[in-house]
Design a protein around this ligand. Structure first.
Ligand SMILES: Cc1cc2nc3c(=O)[nH]c(=O)nc-3n(C[C@H](O)[C@H](O)[C@H](O)COP(=O)(O)OP(=O)(O)OC[C@H]3O[C@@H](n4cnc5c(N)ncnc54)[C@H](O)[C@@H]3O)c2cc1C
Length: 575
């Protein structure tokens, strides 16, 4: 990675004592499931003040757009052991089994809790799934089936609007909580550490920007990073525009340990309508019996995998790419015609509505689909309780790498992770508060003005997203990855050396950082495993049965790659 990624500690120059100051016990960065659940946990622990910041409105999150549901063991016929075993199988050898067990065991309680708070979940009445908000108890749930699960265990709401229902309940509860303040449209630039600008010290809060109030410092006894994923680093993505990987990039700048950056999950089926955003067609549609067919009407998944449409996402995504290449077509189709119009509209009302907007009638026409980037598996190394490598910094949800997903995430395990780890991180950080408000420190960030010329930011952003999609996407190859690393070096020279005063500039710097990290990690992992597929190394190699660990260089300008049990990275090859 270019040394500018390592050199830069903060995105902007500032003097902390000259900025407006805000004080809180707990600062939560992110208003998705993980952040909101963490805020509720911290504020229920007695005399604790909490601030939640979100860069957009609270409903602008991956959480809000989740469709399929929440995986949890809620049926007598199911068991924790089976959910654990399915999660481990998907994770291709890189799951941390105690973490998987810890999350799965707390799943039913986590769901029970949000249902108790008023989240509507779909239930079966006779043979028909129906909303029954008045019913208590988790009986009669209409549990869905998704790829990689050996049993139906996906709780959903309003058919395909699980994220919205979950978000609405958590937002209402957070807004009603006495000790939680919510700052929307408040962009966090950086975590503040007391280490003289080196990074790696105690996290004491964050520096933020609000269009009305400008730059501010929020000093916090504990900071919970719950800033979600980074889908926007890819041209094709299911993620909303807020998902620019800011949290991972700021944690990297602050010196936190990152893990498994190479693992990004691609969703096989997003709506392919030229010019429209890549709206997700949930996995649950295949769970209900939809077929994948090519332009000739051939149902091709059984040719690639005996689990057919219910094979794990990486297998289905690659099969779609192969079939597109074989047929010379830009997409394939999801065929639900045999399910019947009424059943489809009842089970997936949101998708039916979306298709109608494009004059697509799924009862008579197959739905055009194409894979897209969906979920960041790697991230800030954290325990289930949210501890990271930095004192004062906790993390939860998609921004983390806890070891739950290994090399591939099992469908619907991430809302579960957000609920469980958000709650645990919120409780754990309160336990470590010392009862004293943090006193402001003198933190100085000086960044020399660059004399190099500028690149067009919009162009950099769109080029890096295209390059990531083409060469660091579903299929990767060593030579191409090294070329992409060089491109990131070029963009870094003209972009990472600049000081921007607005969100698009800061986001572009974060996208560059996360793109460079994913590329470097993908170049390092010379094997195929889970979501990471190398055309030049299609085999899984025992010597790579390890996590990749990444940290901003502490001495000089080297990125430290600490690979348990592996020789240091070949610097000639990887530059
Ligand atoms: C279309 C879609 C469908 C999905 N379906 C499912 C599903 O059915 N089941 C499942 O388990 N998972 C699903 N997922 C994945 C799941 O939704 C996410 O992994 C999960 O919701 C992440 O929650 P989170 O709280 O970690 O992050 P998010 O919900 O993404 O929240 C991130 C928050 O951080 C804030 N933020 C980010 N950067 C900054 C910054 N610099 N400053 C201030 N605030 C910031 C954002 O504004 C946002 O409030 C889906 C994802 C997508 C995109």
């Amino acid at each position: 990675m270019h040394h500018l990624f390592d050199d830069r500690r903060y995105l902007i120059p500032f003097r902390s004592k000259l900025l407006p100051q805000i004080f809180t016990d707990v600062l939560v960065i992110g208003g998705g499931v993980a952040g909101l659940r963490a805020a509720l946990a911290s504020s229920s622990a007695g005399d604790v003040e909490c601030i939640v910041v979100a860069k957009g409105e609270l409903k602008q999150s991956n959480t809000y757009w989740a469709q399929g549901g929440i995986a949890a063991v809620l049926d007598e016929a199911d068991s924790v052991a089976e959910h654990v075993s399915d999660t481990l199988a998907a994770g291709a050898g890189l799951c941390d089994e105690p973490v998987v067990r810890g999350v799965v065991e707390r799943g039913s309680e986590a769901v029970r809790e949000v249902v108790g708070w008023g989240m509507e979940v779909d239930r079966v009445v006779g043979a028909n799934p129906r909303r029954a908000p008045g019913l208590d108890e988790l009986s009669g749930l209409a549990l869905g089936m998704e790829g990689g699960h050996s049993r139906p265990r996906i709780v959903h709401s309003h058919g395909d609007a699980t994220g919205r229902a979950l978000s609405d309940v958590l937002v209402d509860r957070v807004r009603a909580a006495d000790r939680v303040r919510v700052f929307e449209r408040c962009f966090v630039l950086d975590l503040i550490t007391g280490d003289g600008g080196e990074g790696g010290g105690e996290v004491m809060g964050a520096i933020t920007h609000h269009p009305r109030y400008g730059l501010q410092v929020i000093w916090a006894g504990a900071t919970v990073l719950a800033s979600g994923g980074c889908g926007q680093v890819y041209r094709e993505s299911t993620n909303p525009s807020v998902a620019t990987g800011d949290g991972v990039a700021m944690a990297f700048r602050a010196g936190a340990e990152l893990r498994d950056a190479e693992f990004v999950q691609f969703h096989p089926t997003t709506l392919y309508v030229a010019g429209a955003s890549r709206a997700l067609i949930t996995e649950a549609v295949r769970g209900e019996g939809a077929y994948l067919i090519d332009r000739g009407g051939h149902r091709f998944m059984p040719d690639y995998d005996e689990r057919a449409e219910l094979a794990p996402r990486d297998v289905v995504s690659r099969a779609i790419l192969a079939q597109m290449a074989r047929t010379g077509h830009t997409h394939v189709y999801l065929d639900v015609r045999h399910l019947g119009a009424k059943r489809f509209a009842a089970r997936f009302p949101g998708i039916a509505e979306l298709l109608a907007k494009f004059d697509l009638d799924p009862s008579t026409q197959p739905i055009p689909v194409h894979p897209s980037a969906h979920y960041m598996i790697g991230g800030v190394a954290a325990t289930v309780e949210g501890h990271t490598s930095l004192p004062g910094l906790f993390a939860a949800g998609e921004v983390t790498c806890t070891g739950l997903h290994g090399a591939n995430r099992l469908a619907s395990n991430s809302l579960l992770e957000g609920l469980v780890t958000g709650r645990a991180a919120g409780a754990a950080c309160v336990a470590e508060l010392n009862g004293q408000p943090r006193s402001p420190q003198r933190i100085v960030s000086d960044i020399p003005l660059s004399e190099r010329s500028e690149l067009d930011l919009a162009d950099v952003r769109s080029s890096l997203r295209s390059v990531m999609w083409r060469h660091v996407g579903i299929e990767r190859e060593g030579e191409r990855l090294r070329e992409v690393e060089e491109m990131f070096g070029f963009w870094a020279r003209y972009t990472m050396d600049k000081i921007f005063d607005e969100q698009p500039g800061w986001e572009a710097q974060n996208l560059l950082t996360i793109g460079a990290l994913i590329t470097r990690a993908a170049a390092w992992r010379a094997e195929s495993r889970g979501t990471h597929y190398r055309l030049d190394h299609p085999e899984t190699r025992e010597e790579f049965h390890v996590h990749s660990v990444w940290r901003r260089g502490r001495e000089g300008a080297q990125t430290a790659c600490v690979e348990a049990g592996l020789p240091p990275m070949d610097t000639d090859e990887h530059g």
